[in-house]
Design a protein around this ligand. Structure first.
Ligand code: S3P
Length: 167
């Protein structure tokens, strides 16, 4: 294991927050959610940030908070689906974060994010467009993460066990 900091990556609806919460409990590490952190910092929901300031501004915020995340000695972090697609990933890699890709089938992700107004990228896309985005991003998640885990397992505890085994 590289360090005591773990970040869950993966597509919207892949289950990052649920898995990260359970993993943090199991390891007894603090849990952190990048979207929640940004929302608290800005005093605005992610949907409102996208609507009022635009996606580029949101990506800048994701990049900025990376420095805050690195201050935690140990943590399990659930990241927004676009987080490791920005330059932030280089800082994370340099500071020895364990990046874990939660590889969940598209149909499962879609059923969770469809018509979800709190997810601006999902709310404005058709199923076909989301599938395209999913396929494009999946290669990046895999390439940039340290390892992948199967997100389609029925039991959360099985996903958590797989991560702990691979760390
Ligand atoms: C995004 C995913 C969202 C949130 C924002 C952008 C993305 O987080 O950060 O809406 O680019 O995939 P979740 O992955 O938790 O839905």
């Amino acid at each position: 294991m590289k360090d005591n900091r773990i970040m869950l990556t993966g597509f919207m609806g892949s289950g990052k927050t649920s898995v990260a919460t359970a993993l943090a409990r199991e390891l007894n590490y603090p849990f952190l959610d990048t979207d929640k952190y940004i929302e608290e910092r800005e005093g605005m929901s992610v949907a409102d940030i996208f609507a009022k300031r635009g996606e580029a501004y949101f990506r800048t915020l994701e990049h900025q908070i990376t420095f805050d995340l690195m201050k935690n000695f140990s943590a399990v972090i659930s990241s927004g689906g676009g987080f490791i697609l920005t330059d932030a990933v280089y800082q994370l890699a340099a500071s020895k974060f364990n990046l874990v890709f939660l590889d969940t089938p598209f149909e499962v992700c879609l059923s969770r994010i469809k018509n979800d107004k709190s997810r601006p990228l999902a709310a404005t896309r058709t199923d076909e467009e989301l599938l395209k985005l999913y396929n494009y991003r999946r290669g990046i998640y895999r390439a940039r993460s340290d390892f992948s885990v199967d997100g389609s397992k029925k039991l959360l505890s099985d996903v958590v066990d797989e991560i702990i085994h691979k760390l």
